[in-house]
Write a protein that binds this ligand. Structure first.
Ligand SMILES: Cc1cc2nc3c(=O)[nH]c(=O)nc-3n(C[C@H](O)[C@H](O)[C@H](O)COP(=O)(O)O)c2cc1C
Length: 182
């Protein structure tokens, strides 16, 4: 028995093709995210989508990134900031599941992306304060991660450093570590 091919085939590429992502295909990623489960069905996730060449949002998202991420993410045609609402809408109380729910939504998006031949590389390496200011994110929303989205490019079109990074062996902790505290 094997895990789903869609889970196995996903990985965080650093070789993004500049080929644009069709609007319909991109929309499908967010439709997949929309159907994620969430505490009280709050659906606290929000997405700020920047498409290269479309508007200033892409450039703004790029400027938020730390240099190490900008180095490879600048090739991606789409950048998305994931934000979550920190309080419940029905009673204003803190939603302790807000991050978890947003992660579930992105998990759906990742599966759909792989199915659509797209790659997604998430980044925590960006300046949250700049992001908050640039996009006027209200105080009761938290910026979580920026995702680079696109098709994979041809290895030979990229700097050697990125070609080498792409070839790195992907590793995971041993299976049993998931069930123990260290
Ligand atoms: C929330 C989050 C933040 C991440 N931040 C970065 C980042 O700033 N830069 C980067 O190159 N990769 C980043 N990654 C990618 C991880 O390093 C990567 O998912 C992990 O090494 C496993 O590799 P895989 O996605 O290819 O399976 C991030 C991933 C997640 C989920």
């Amino acid at each position: 028995m094997e895990i789903l091919k869609l889970i196995k085939d996903r990985y965080s590429t650093v070789l993004f093709s500049s080929e644009p992502v069709e609007n319909e295909r991109l929309s499908l990623l967010f439709e997949a995210a929309r159907w994620a489960p969430s505490a009280f069905n709050e659906q606290p996730w929000r997405f700020i989508i920047g498409i290269k060449g479309n508007d200033e949002k892409y450039e703004k998202l790029l400027t938020c990134l730390v240099e190490g991420n900008k180095y490879w993410a600048k090739y991606a045609p789409v950048l998305v900031l994931v934000v979550t609402k920190k309080n419940y809408t029905h009673n204003s109380l803190i939603n302790n599941s807000a991050m978890y729910d947003a992660g579930l939504a992105v998990g759906n998006l990742l599966v759909q992306a792989t199915r659509s031949g797209l790659f997604v590389h998430q980044m925590g390496g960006y300046n949250r304060e700049i992001a908050r200011n640039e996009f006027n994110i209200p105080v009761n929303y938290s910026p979580i991660a920026i995702m680079a989205i696109g098709y994979k490019g041809n290895s030979e079109d990229f700097p050697k450093e990125l070609q080498d990074r792409e070839k790195r062996i992907r590793i995971r902790k041993p299976y049993n570590d998931m069930f123990e505290f260290d």
